[in-house]
Design a protein around this ligand. Structure first.
Ligand SMILES: C[S@@+](CC[C@H](N)C(=O)[O-])C[C@H]1O[C@@H](n2cnc3c(N)ncnc32)[C@H](O)[C@@H]1O
Length: 280
């Protein structure tokens, strides 16, 4: 797998311009392990799995814009994420591939990784864990940085039907009780991790001190998102506040506007928001 991914990178670099990468990614939105053959304009034909191609394209595309990590690290991250995908697929099967369980590797996770690599935060908080994909990606970045501690808060949803949020919108994310929240996080990454179970509305209040990275991915209702963002800003002098699923309502846009916070442009095309906080 590693050799195939490595062989792909120079071909992609030489042959695919960014708008084309985007077209390919949009077309192949569902990762599967099926093998496909791709022919490059100036190169040979290569057989790879769709999952490998999508992962490598995502990382290539992002890194071209962000220039945070080198190609060797792209490959290492691809390998790491493909490993997570395999674990998820073998434990959850179709349910996972239908994306209803919450958490899979994609461009947002690559972005999250690069944010942590770029800003090198020390005290990171995440709300919403489910299987633990975002936790794994953040912890991987912390490990490569050589500094930082992640505290994750999760109120597990054990029902396969999901949970209705305060705005009356159903969130289907859930975790199998026999696996437990964060089960996919590799054992060797857990030394820099604390997992707190409970409602983030209550649990955040119990955390004191300054943080420099906050990631929201718990209950996506307007009031809950706003409460978490405000908590993060109240505990941050400088750092990053980011959020998944910002299209569910206007909370992230209102929060950013209310405080005049600078958007980190990279996230524009994703359903993912990120602002930088400087000397607040
Ligand atoms: C979308 S999933 C998280 C996915 C994860 N961040 C990832 O990318 O791998 C949302 C998680 O938040 C949990 N959750 C929902 N409401 C919550 C709350 N009030 N406090 C903490 N966690 C909550 C859900 O049970 C679920 O485990």
């Amino acid at each position: 797998m590693l050799r195939k991914a490595l062989a792909l990178l120079p071909l992609i670099r030489r042959n695919i311009e960014e708008p084309e990468t985007r077209k390919v990614l949009a077309y192949m939105s569902t990762p599967t392990s099926a093998t496909i053959k791709i022919g490059f304009r100036n190169g040979p034909k290569v057989s790879v799995t769709r999952t490998t191609l999508i992962t490598v394209l995502h990382l290539f595309d992002l890194n071209k814009k962000l220039r945070v990590i080198g190609e060797k690290e792209i490959i290492e991250l691809s390998e790491f994420c493909l490993g997570l995908d395999l674990k998820l697929r073998s434990a959850l099967g179709l349910e996972y591939t239908n994306f209803s369980a919450g958490g899979r590797f994609g461009v947002k996770e690559a972005f999250l990784y690069m944010l942590v690599r770029k800003y090198r935060p020390n005290r990171l908080i995440e709300t919403g864990v489910a299987q633990g994909v975002s936790s794994s990606v953040i912890l991987k970045a912390i490990t490569v940085n050589g500094e930082g501690h992640l505290t994750s808060i999760d109120l597990p949803t054990y029902s396969r039907a999901g949970r209705m949020n305060a705005d009356g919108v159903l969130d289907r994310a859930h975790v199998d009780p026999s696996l437990g929240p964060g089960w996919v996080v590799p054992k060797d990454l857990r030394t820099n991790w604390s997992l707190i179970l409970g409602d983030s509305k209550e649990k955040l209040k119990e955390l004191g001190g300054d943080i420099d990275f906050f990631f929201h991915d718990s209950e996506h209702s307007y009031s809950h998102m706003m409460l978490e963002y405000e908590w993060a800003l109240g505990h941050m002098r400088s750092g990053v506040i980011c959020s998944d699923d910002i299209s569910w309502n206007r909370a992230f846009m209102d929060f950013r506007k209310n405080h005049g916070l600078k958007e980190i442009e990279w996230a524009k095309d994703l359903d993912f928001g990120a602002v930088s906080v400087e000397n607040y």
